[in-house]
Ligand binder design. Structure first.
Ligand SMILES: Cc1cc2nc3c(=O)[nH]c(=O)nc-3n(C[C@H](O)[C@H](O)[C@H](O)COP(=O)(O)OP(=O)(O)OC[C@H]3O[C@@H](n4cnc5c(N)ncnc54)[C@H](O)[C@@H]3O)c2cc1C
Length: 591
């Protein structure tokens, strides 16, 4: 029999040392790492294996992957409690009477409003199987802030860098030291600077607007956003786009790392797919100890899965952990699992007759997300090399450090809806703006029912706190882009002038919008896909990811972050998973 069969045969009473729930950037690496350290691990994943699906495996297909029913989990969220504001969201999604989606503000009669579409991937590897692969270490201050909040120096940027180096296999040139033997391949995308005159023009304009000479643009567009520069938080202007992609264009991700670890046949990692974990089982002593999980085995059981059929009931199962249970279901599902297990606000648990294990008002609170906005325009002619993009950082007058990350090129990205994005033709040119470190962290995940197959209620409460400064920041970033788009050459056959589509319509340089109208547009049409902090370290977890009030239970995923890390969360979540591996191994002898 193959070695894996022996390693993966059912353990006594279905018991493993560790159970990990969810195989995304949080759960996948820690499950593989613990098995490689010699511990028996059961990794339970609700989705199936799409690692061979070309929409997933070929990075350039990521828009297909994001829309693929084989990977998609469809969530519909709110951005606020203000119904009037919600109803003005241009990409509001509705369920038509014929069962299909309608996106817009004028639905056919009888349609049911679903809300604002928020995609996730319910598949082996989690959202890193359909994401844009952008791989970005947050600002140093973001890590140092966690060290300050927790009083745990191991969170300092200096220490966190070692996890980046450990996990990566960097295939690009950098003046900073990098790892070259980790499980995550990283490459730097070609910005088109040397091959595409349009890309060169735009990068040079952005470089000049950032205070550099034109002659410096070539070096700038290859700067390493994941370098260890001493003053990296204040570096602005164009950078190279680092991505979790192999040099041949295939996606690298935790899903493949898990697969490779299982397929190696020599590690005690059992991967059980199509298993929706419904609750944690506790041994109720003085301090309850997590000893296992209950799950439903079956295809597409979660109702967010577009293939789900309520008539498929699934088969209930249980598995036990002699050491620890680690929950890594992501920012929406981890709080749902804790709530269903009796850890959360007492009143909410009581409402659904869920026995209270720990009354913790912060489970599902403090949900936060980077705000995203698009400065979209049409060039005077077709943009050459539309697939080539360049990232850039910007510091606004309200940011302590650089607070805007953007990427610019001949594409259109105006948020998410079923079938996203909208193609505005070969002249489209966008700078997609990500506002880092949002001041509002008032979002919530709450149960809609006690049925684990139902999705929870999600309200991101955009701009609830600090809206003045955050809107000012996005407005300044938009104006900054406009300032250099307006300098593009306009002679016959040139890329300019640009005609802006939003947030201020008109030919760039001769528009007439008020600051307030632009801020209103930004506030009402902002979108996001970087949700974090719904079970955060500080209130729900201690600095070693342990769920407060119980033993043997940790949360390791994007929900653990005290606040949204930097511009893109996938790399920080993988770094966090590496860090948690150390913390779990340090406690391995305790149990
Ligand atoms: C469309 C899109 C594009 C993105 N692009 C980027 C990008 O380019 N760069 C970047 O840095 N970030 C990007 N992100 C964000 C990034 O992918 C996420 O922040 C990251 O994947 C979070 O990891 P996680 O482990 O916390 O959760 P997830 O990735 O959501 O993984 C959770 C896993 O748990 C499983 N699960 C959930 N509930 C259960 C249950 N009850 N039982 C069993 N299994 C369960 C899910 O199926 C899933 O596999 C993108 C996100 C989206 C949605």
């Amino acid at each position: 029999a193959p070695a894996t069969e022996a390693l993966n045969k059912p353990h006594d009473n279905n018991t493993y040392e560790y159970i990990v729930v969810g195989s995304g950037p949080g759960g996948g690496p820690i499950a593989a790492n613990l098995a490689k350290a010699g511990h028996s691990v059961l990794l339970l994943e609700a989705g199936d294996d799409q690692t061979q699906n070309v929409n997933v495996s070929q990075w350039t297909n990521f828009l297909l992957s994001g829309n693929d029913p084989a990977t998609r989990w469809d969530f519909f969220v709110k951005h606020s409690d203000d119904e009037a504001r919600e109803s003005r969201y241009i990409r509001t999604t509705w369920r038509k009477p014929d069962g299909g989606f309608y996106v817009g503000l004028d639905p056919p009669a009888g349609s049911k409003r679903l809300g604002i579409y928020y995609p996730r991937a319910g598949t082996l590897g989690g959202c890193a199987m359909h994401n844009g692969c952008l791989t970005m270490n947050p600002n140093d201050l973001d890590w140092d802030d966690i060290a300050r909040i927790t009083g745990d120096e191991s969170w300092s940027a200096k220490n966190m860098r070692k996890y980046l180096v450990k996990l990566e296999n960097a295939h690009y040139n950098s003046t900073s030291p990098h790892g070259h033997s980790g499980w995550l391949d990283t490459t730097m995308l070609d910005s088109g600077f040397s091959s595409n005159p349009d890309a060169k023009t735009m990068i040079e304009l952005a470089s000049q607007a950032s205070g550099f000479q034109i002659s410096e643009a070539s070096d700038l567009q290859q700067r390493d956003m994941n370098g260890d520069q001493a003053n990296r938080d204040s570096l602005v202007g164009p950078f190279g786009g680092v991505s979790h992609i192999k040099p041949d264009g295939r996606r690298s991700s935790p899903g493949y790392y898990v697969k490779e670890t299982v397929d190696a046949g020599k590690y005690p990692l059992t991967l059980q797919l199509e298993s929706l974990v419904t609750k944690v089982i506790f041994d109720k002593g003085d301090t309850p100890k997590a000893i296992g999980v209950e799950y439903l085995k079956g295809k597409s059981l979660y109702s967010a899965d577009p293939r789900s059929n309520p008539n498929d009931k699934g088969t209930p199962g249980k598995a036990y952990a002699s050491k620890e249970v680690i929950i890594s279901g992501g920012a929406f599902n981890t709080p749902q699992i804790l709530l269903l297990s009796g850890i959360g606000p007492k009143a909410q648990l009581k409402k659904f007759d869920i026995p209270v294990i720990v009354d913790n008002p912060d489970v599902g609170r403090n949900l936060a997300d980077n705000y995203e906005s698009s400065m979209l325009s049409l060039a005077a002619r077709d943009v050459n090399g539309p697939g080539q993009i360049f990232p850039s950082f910007f510091k606004t007058t309200v940011g302590k450090i650089r607070d805007i990350y953007m990427w610019c090129g001949g594409f259109s990205f105006e948020g998410f809806w079923p079938g996203f994005p909208q193609d505005h033709g070969p002249k489209q040119y966008e700078c997609a703006i990500v506002h880092m470190n949002p001041r509002s962290q008032a979002g919530s995940v709450t149960l809609q029912s006690a049925n684990p197959r139902d999705v929870p209620n999600i309200n991101l409460q955009f701009f609830k706190d600090g809206s003045e400064k955050d809107l000012q920041a996005i407005y300044e970033a938009t104006s900054w882009v406009r300032s250099w788009l307006g300098k593009a050459p306009t002679t016959a056959g040139s890329i300019g002038p640009f005609t802006e589509m939003h947030p201020c319509e008109g030919v760039v340089g001769s528009q007439n919008c008020t600051v307030e109208s632009q801020k209103t547009y930004i506030k009402e049409q902002a979108y996001s896909h970087h949700a974090t902090s719904s079970c955060r370290i500080g209130e729900v977890l201690d600095s070693k990811f342990r769920v407060k009030g119980v033993k043997g239970l940790r949360v390791v995923d994007a929900s653990s972050f005290p606040k949204v890390p930097g511009g893109f969360p996938v790399l920080p979540t993988m770094m966090l998973s590496e860090k948690a591996t150390e913390d779990v191994l340090a406690d391995a002898k305790k149990y």
